[in-house]
Design a protein around this ligand. Structure first.
Ligand code: AMP
Length: 406
């Protein structure tokens, strides 16, 4: 009978591995081996070293043997673990004990309670304090049924057609992922419409970065934030869903720099200010949305095919993700800081792209430039973006090896 080793944590993401290893009960040298969810077959080993977690790629040689360093290969992972439990041999620390498994129960939040009860009575929501105001209304911290903390988005009268919204909300409620803001319930009977979602302690990523300006948030955190957004978007990608307004203002931050994508799909149902109405034709095959002339667009975040031909796909979300990465790297600077919206539209026609921001690693800028490829199919998938960012700091010892040494 095959027994799953204590140290094998399949489907565990880099960030989750860090959280697990940094939890109580682990010690110097605690470790786990994980299989990357987005890259089946790719293995990494995460090791706790004086409170910090280091990640090593585990590679396979042509004959299928496992190795961290090409100098020594192993037929099985178990042998690899046994070897590095006796000696560091190039790792930061000798492996000591498998990471403890989390025992805390997963909570389903309010969504669990409202699984069949989508519309909830307005009286069950108590608005506590205003958190901010957006283009279409105000956002409050609220309490549902006097027990559950929630965020309540109140929509200004006329900002959307409630039938359109409800149709979209039915889809949005089914989208569940740890890196997406969970939509819990709605109040659409009477005005204003309430959208009730999960509450995030630190508000929008844009404000969070602008406030921090690099004081507490460093490059590894910035890369990690990008990875989290890419993870949420990779989920939308496989669900064939398009965000259409991906930007730092639409990502929310919780404790420990947790980032979640918010407001997905809402741009589709909002009436824009003035008389331009968001309108679209849904092409089922290509998930392309066309918008009527006069619609207001976030110009600096919108892909050229969106600006010029009103075409919106997951690949135009990838373009916006490149802009969002720029916002993350610059601590919330407005993209194309010296250009007006009109100038941006003109410059994009001549293939202009923003230069690499100060202090931004070249490899991150390369990712932005990939997202800004003119031809949508040439842009990466969110799945690729996710693993590139998740593995950004993984150590690949084999790169430093003498290639002939094994
Ligand atoms: P929005 O209308 O989505 O642009 O939201 C306006 C502001 O309210 C944001 O910039 C956030 O600071 C805050 N906010 C929105 N949603 C939430 C939430 N779920 N949790 C905490 N703060 C939020």
């Amino acid at each position: 009978m095959n027994v799953i080793p204590m140290w094998y944590f399949p489907d565990t993401k880099r960030l989750d591995a860090e959280k697990l290893l940094q939890a109580e009960g682990n010690k110097h040298g605690s470790f786990l081996i994980r299989e990357c969810e987005s890259q089946p077959g790719e293995l990494s080993m995460s090791v706790l070293d004086e409170g910090k977690v280091k990640h090593y790629k585990i590679k396979r040689s042509d004959n299928g043997h496992y190795f961290v360093s090409k100098r020594r290969t192993f037929i099985t992972l178990k042998e690899l673990v046994e070897y590095y439990s006796t000696t560091e041999d190039g790792l930061c620390v000798r492996l000591t004990q498998p990471c403890r498994k989390a025992t805390a129960p997963q909570t389903h939040g309010l969504s669990y309670n409202t699984a069949d009860q989508w519309e909830i009575p307005r009286s069950s929501i108590c608005l506590l304090r205003k958190l901010g105001s957006g283009q279409f209304g105000e956002v409050y911290e609220g309490l549902w049924n006097s027990t559950t903390a929630v965020a309540v988005k109140t929509l200004r009268q006329g900002s959307m057609n409630s039938q359109d919204f409800l149709r979209e909300a039915q889809i949005m409620k089914k989208l569940r992922h740890p890196k997406l803001i969970q939509l819990y319930a709605v109040c659409t009977v009477g005005e204003p419409i309430y959208i009730i979602t999960e509450l995030m302690t630190h508000g929008s990523l844009l404000e969070y970065l602008q406030k921090d300006r690099g004081e507490f948030v460093g490059m590894p955190d910035q890369v990690e934030m990008g990875a989290q957004v890419a993870a949420g978007m990779a989920y939308l990608e496989i669900q064939n869903y398009i965000h259409r307004d991906l930007a730092a203002r639409n990502v929310l931050v919780g404790d420990n720099n947790t980032c979640k994508v918010a407001d997905f799909g809402l741009a589709r149902v909002f009436n824009s200010e003035g008389d331009g109405v968001y309108d679209y034709e849904d092409n089922e095959d290509e998930r392309v949305y066309e918008m009527r002339q006069g619609t207001k667009l976030p110009i600096k975040w919108t892909a050229p095919e969106g600006l010029h031909d009103n075409k919106f796909t997951i690949k135009s979300d990838v373009w916006s993700f490149g802009i969002l990465l720029y916002e993350i790297m610059t601590f919330g600077q407005t993209p194309y800081p010296t250009l007006t919206n009109f100038q941006v539209m003109q410059r994009l026609r001549t293939n202009y792209r923003m230069p690499c921001p100060a202090n931004c690693p070249k490899r991150i800028y390369d990712i932005m430039m990939e997202c800004w490829k003119d031809s949508p199919p040439d842009r990466p998938t969110f799945e690729t973006l996710q693993w590139k960012l998740e593995e950004f700091y993984d150590v690949d010892i084999s790169e430093y090896d003498d290639t002939n040494s094994y």
